[in-house]
Design a binder for this molecule. Structure first.
Ligand SMILES: C[S@@+](CC[C@H](N)C(=O)[O-])C[C@H]1O[C@@H](n2cnc3c(N)ncnc32)[C@H](O)[C@@H]1O
Length: 351
C-alpha cells in the first residue's frame, strides 16, 4: 500500500513530483518509514526477503509445500482457511481449487482483513470463489452453516499472529518496537494487555506465565509485574529486564518474548478458541476431509496433538500425523520467523 503522502503509480503522471521522505542512516528503521517495502517494487521486495526479513505490511506463508501435500487441494473442492492473515496460504489453495472450488477465509483482525480481501480480489479471486469473514475461528461451524456448507474438504489453521501485526508498533505485539501495550488481534473487543496486567493478581500472573509460555522465572516476574500499569511495550520490556538483572542479553531477550507471548495468549483468550476449534473440527469436515494446523509454541502443539490422538483412537480420524512436521533448514534460514513452526494433520474417517 503506498504511503499517504506518496503518489500512487497511476497518479504519478497527473500530479507534480513529490519528494520521497528522508530517513537517517542507510535503511529505514521505523515502521512508517518502510514505505519502499509497501509498494510493488519487486526488486526491493526480493532484496528484503533475501536478507531473511519480511517486507513491511506483508507475511510470508510457512511450510507451503508441506501443507499443500497434506491438504491435497483438487479442483471443485471446498476449503476453509481459519487464519487468513495476508492470504499467502489461501492464494496457493485457491489456485488449486479452480475450476469450481471455493475457499472460506476467517480472521478476527478488522484492521488487516480488508487489506487482504482487496489483495486477493485484485489477484482475480472474486466472491464466487472466495469469501472472507471477520470472526473468531471458534465460530467456524456457524460460518459454514450460514453459507450452506455441510462440511469442508480441507481446513487450515496457521495459529498466532501475522508479520503485519507484529511489525506494526501501534498494535503492541512487538518486543522490539515501542508502542501502546495492546496486543489485541481484534482491538474492538476485550481489554488491552496494559489493562489486563493491571488487573491480574500475583498468583494468577505466575500461573499465566507458566501455562502460556513455560516461563522458568514466573514467580519472580509475577511479584514485580502483577497489578502494575505499563502503558507501552518498552516500559514492560524494561521492567522485565530490571526484575532479572543477572540474565545475559540472550536470556533476557527470551524472557521478554515469553512474557509477551503469555500476555498475548491471555489477552486474546487463544487457548479457549483453540480448544473449541479442535472440538468442532470433525463436524466441519466432510468424511475423508483433511485438516492441517501450524503451531508456534508448546502450549498450542500439546492441544493439537492431544485432540488428534484422541480422535484417532476413537475413530473420528482415520489417519493423523505420526510425528510433527518442521520447516526445512532452508526455510528456517530464509525466513527465521518460520523456525518454531510445527505442522500436524489429520484425516476425517469416512464411516
Ligand atoms: C500466522 S497468521 C496467518 C498467516 C496466513 N496463513 C498467511 O499465509 O498469510 C495468523 C492469523 O490468524 C488470525 N487469528 C489468530 N487467532 C484467531 C482466531 N481465534 N480466530 C480468527 N483469526 C485468528 C490472526 O489475526 C492472524 O491474522
Amino acid at each position: 500500500m503506498p504511503e499517504d503522502n506518496l503518489p500512487t503509480p497511476s497518479a504519478t503522471a497527473a500530479t507534480p513530483h513529490v519528494r520521497r521522505k528522508r530517513y537517517s542512516g542507510k535503511n529505514p528503521r521505523r515502521f512508517e518509514e518502510k514505505y519502499k517495502e509497501h509498494g510493488s517494487d519487486a526488486a526491493t521486495l526480493a532484496k528484503v526477503i533475501a536478507s531473511g526479513k519480511t517486507p513491511a505490511g506483508t507475511h510470508r506463508p510457512i511450510m507451503v509445500p508441506e501443507i499443500l501435500a497434506v491438504l491435497a487441494p483438487q479442483p471443485g473442492e471446498i476449503a476453509a482457511d481459519c487464519t487468513l492473515g495476508y492470504g499467502g496460504h489461501t492464494q496457493e489453495l485457491l489456485a488449486r481449487l479452480a475450476p469450481g472450488g471455493r475457499l472460506v477465509g476467517l480472521d478476527t483482525d478488522p484492521i488487516e482483513l480488508p487489506k487482504t480481501v482487496e489483495r486477493l480480489q485484485a489477484l482475480g479471486f472474486g466472491e464466487d470463489v472466495f469469501t472472507a469473514h471477520r470472526t473468531n475461528y471458534a465460530g467456524l461451524p456457524q460460518v459454514l452453516t450460514g453459507l450452506g456448507i455441510e462440511g469442508a474438504d480441507m481446513i487450515l489453521a496457521d495459529l498466532g499472529i501475522s508479520s503485519m501485526q507484529i511489525d506494526d508498533p501501534t498494535r503492541g505485539f512487538s518486543v522490539k518496537l515501542d508502542g501502546p501495550l495492546d496486543m489485541r488481534m481484534n482491538p474492538q473487543r476485550g481489554v488491552p494487555a496494559s489493562v489486563l496486567l493491571q488487573k491480574t493478581k500475583t498468583d494468577d500472573l505466575a500461573r499465566m506465565l507458566e501455562l502460556n509460555a513455560d516461563e522458568p522465572n514466573a514467580v519472580k516476574l509475577s511479584l514485580t509485574l502483577a497489578e502494575q500499569h505499563y502503558a507501552t511495550t518498552r516500559q514492560l520490556a524494561e521492567a522485565i529486564r530490571a526484575t532479572l538483572p543477572y540474565l545475559g542479553k540472550e536470556d533476557a531477550d527470551l524472557t521478554v518474548r515469553r512474557v509477551f507471548q503469555a500476555l498475548r495468549i491471555a489477552v486474546n483468550d487463544e487457548f479457549s478458541a483453540l480448544d473449541m476449534f479442535l472440538r468442532n473440527l470433525p463436524f466441519c469436515l466432510k468424511p475423508g476431509g483433511r485438516v492441517a494446523i501450524l503451531t508456534f509454541h508448546s502450549g498450542e502443539d500439546r492441544r493439537v496433538k492431544k485432540a488428534f490422538d484422541a480422535g484417532y483412537y476413537d475413530g473420528t480420524y482415520s489417519d493423523i500425523a505420526k510425528s510433527v512436521g518442521r520447516p526445512t533448514p532452508e526455510e528456517q534460514h530464509s525466513n527465521p520467523r518460520s523456525a518454531p513452526a510445527k505442522l500436524r494433520w489429520a484425516v476425517r474417517a469416512k464411516a
